[in-house]
Design a protein around this ligand. Structure first.
Ligand code: DC
Length: 233
């Protein structure tokens, strides 16, 4: 077994965190942990149980629901599956309205506390590249490498738009852009673990990069900082 490493990738939605992290994980032979999926799962449960995303009492309503939620992460053929109360949710958590639910519930401190140990434990037991909003600041403050990945609003919205269209979801670019701006604002201004770069994070704006170039750049940073080498070219 190789050296145990933890890599933290933070940044706003659509910056390419998940696709880049997934590719880097494969090259390094480590696990990719998508923490947004955990918040999406809590958001999904809340929607299924009648919570309205704009309810000012989100915090009061979601907190007691946590007693009825059990979330497990499983890896099947190297890809992450989130199991909610025994049910594998698959792509159900990828619907656009679930993004808004995830963002809403993620501002509630009890929700963040509820998901904290699951994330820390995965990183203790495995070498991981973990992406989210507070990985370098809260979840893995001692990560071997922290990268804050970003791109222009338009580049990010266009990527998200193309992803959704490729999945057959009917959306308008303008709606994706405005929803993304709204979500960025909420995620960065919330009191509990807001989206921000850790002081020791390396900033990487990948607006002008193709996907392969971004992957190569992230791999170089990790190899240089940890001494770990890719297992696959
Ligand atoms: O990365 P994503 O789009 O799947 O995340 C969905 C929402 O979850 C995002 O709007 C903010 C929240 N989130 C968070 O607060 N902390 C994380 N570590 C990951 C996601």
């Amino acid at each position: 077994m190789g050296k145990h490493i933890n890599i933290a990738i933070d940044g706003p939605g659509g910056a390419g965190k998940s696709t880049i992290s997934k590719a880097v994980a494969k090259k390094l032979g480590i696990i990719y942990v998508d923490t947004g999926a955990l918040y999406r799962t809590v958001g999904y449960y809340a929607r299924e149980h009648g919570l309205s995303v704009n309810d000012v009492k989100v915090s009061e309503l979601i907190t007691p629901m946590l007693d009825n939620i059990s979330i497990e992460i499983r890896y099947i053929d190297g890809s992450q599956h989130v199991i909610l109360n025994g049910e594998d949710l698959g792509d159900k958590i990828r619907q656009p309205d679930i993004s808004m639910y995830a963002s809403a519930v993620s501002s509630v401190p009890s929700v963040r506390a509820f998901l904290l140990e699951t994330q820390k434990e995965l990183a203790r037991k495995n070498s991981v590249i973990m992406d989210g909003r507070d990985i370098g600041t809260v979840i893995l403050p001692d990560a071997d490498v922290k990268i804050f990945l970003t791109a222009s609003n338009e580049a990010r919205a266009l990527r998200r738009f193309n992803e959704l269209i490729a999945k057959g979801v009917e959306v308008k670019y303008e709606d994706v852009l405005s929803e993304m701006n709204q979500r960025d604002h909420a995620d960065s201004t919330r009191a509990a673990a807001p989206l921000k770069a850790a002081d020791d994070a390396i900033l990487f704006d990948n607006s002008g990069y193709e996907f392969e170039g971004s992957v190569a750049h992230v791999l170089e940073i990790i190899e240089e900082r940890t001494g770990v080498k890719r297992i696959e070219e």
